[in-house]
Design a binder for this molecule. Structure first.
Ligand SMILES: Nc1nc2c(c(=O)[nH]1)N(C=O)[C@@H](CNc1ccc(C(=O)N[C@@H](CCC(=O)O)C(=O)O)cc1)CN2
Ligand SMILES: Nc1ncnc2c1ncn2[C@@H]1O[C@H](COP(=O)(O)OP(=O)(O)OP(=O)(O)O)[C@@H](O)[C@H]1O
Length: 337
């Protein structure tokens, strides 16, 4: 069954991105310009914009039944009702809420939110496992092409990106990394890249500069990461010690929504790191980096499903197979849609 497709040129009322009856579907189908840029308004008339890369014009993914039904299951009200009830700290938040407004009053409420996160993680993992490998690789390609062709990526000089792990069913970043690393450091197109290394189980992660894939070795979780010292015994550059600001973070995660919520794998590594980096940027008077998460279609949840704690850092934008979804005003500005 063709669950969704994007058509060339004309306005369409086809379900997009699997969101047959959802707001993103109606947003996307509001307007579709000949240039392939969608600009629509949500039912609540909040301005929304989604850009679509030209190569998506003929994109017609087939959502396999298993992944499709799991996806529907996650999105269904039956599933949502089976979750531990969303507390007022994690649901019904206004769109574009800042997490500062969400303050659980006690340990029980916080525990309740972490329980909700655990249930959601497990469902999304199942949906990712059920995803057809050819659909996955199609989505991997489209997402990476969108990033590589985006002006905001092309103009990036320094970025932090994750090294994708196929066993975790993360959106592939291998093409992005090899494109970045193939340009020698002094090349006009070159970008400096930093990738994560887990330091301990206490949500402590660092980001080190790498210049080739051989700089990476598999850790105990089978994720490729850099050693803090290179083969010549020189210390790698730690992004928290660089004198120049990072423009962009490409973020992994299990689930995302269009108000910027991101559900990670539960270690708290990225939230802790991003908070520290944002504080560093503020102290240095640098522009804040753009936080962009890469997401398969099946990982985008309706709003109100992803629980939020005060420590969760909101993302500025998503890149999914249907295009770029700018969320914050910084993203709308930089991504110019
Ligand atoms: N590619 C990549 N690198 C990354 C992260 C990531 O999410 N992706 N991290 C982001 O934090 C940090 C590592 N954190 C991780 C946390 C959990 C798991 C993991 O294997 N989780 C299993 C479940 C384990 C369990 O619950 O017992 C899973 O999600 O299936 C991996 C990395 C730093 N590096
Ligand atoms: N009941 C709890 N009370 C307080 N802290 C908890 C509780 N359960 C988990 N944590 C901590 O919260 C952190 C995980 O937070 P969360 O689940 O929001 O991470 P995440 O957003 O999925 O991960 P990441 O930031 O790496 O993407 C971990 O440091 C964990 O030890």
């Amino acid at each position: 069954m063709v669950k969704y497709q994007l058509l060339q040129g004309n306005r369409t009322n086809l379900p997009v991105n699997g969101f047959q009856n959802s707001t993103i579907g109606s947003r996307l189908t509001n307007q579709l310009s000949p240039a392939g840029v969608h600009l629509g308004r949500s039912p609540k008339h909040r301005k929304w914009a989604i850009s679509e890369a030209p190569m998506l014009r003929n994109y017609k993914p087939l959502l396999p039944i298993a992944a499709n039904s799991l996806f529907n299951h996650i999105q269904s009200s039956a599933f949502q009702q089976s979750l531990p009830p969303l507390s007022r700290f994690s649901s019904g938040c206004p769109k574009m809420a800042t997490n500062e407004s969400i303050k659980p009053e006690n340990e029980d409420q916080l525990k309740h939110i972490f329980d909700q996160k655990r249930v959601l993680r497990s469902s999304v993992r199942k949906a990712l496992k059920a995803m057809d490998p050819s659909l996955r690789s199609q989505e991997d390609n489209v997402i990476q092409s969108i990033v590589l062709e985006a002006p905001w990526f092309k103009s990036t000089q320094r970025l932090c990106a994750y090294v994708s792990c196929s066993a975790l069913r993360e959106v592939d970043t291998s093409r992005l990394l090899s494109e970045i690393l193939q340009h020698p450091p002094k090349d006009g197109y070159s970008k400096k890249i930093y990738v994560p290394r887990v330091e301990d189980k206490n949500s402590h992660m660092r980001m080190f500069n790498i210049s080739r894939m051989d700089d990476l070795i598999a850790n105990s979780m089978n994720i490729l990461e850099p050693a803090p010292v290179d083969s010549d015994g020189n210390e790698r550059e730690d992004v928290m010690q660089t004198k120049d600001p990072i423009d962009l973070f490409l973020l992994p995660g299990l689930a995302f929504d269009k108000s910027g919520r991101r559900l990670g794998r539960g270690g708290g590594y990225y939230d802790t790191f991003l908070k520290n980096y944002q504080e560093l940027a503020k102290a240095q008077n640098w522009k804040q980096p753009l936080l962009v998460a890469l997401s398969y279609s099946v990982q985008i949840m309706d709003e109100g499903i992803i629980p939020l704690t005060p420590k969760d850092v909101l993302v500025d934008a998503l890149v999914s197979p249907s295009g770029v979804i700018p969320i914050s005003s910084a993203a709308l500005d930089i991504m110019k849609v």
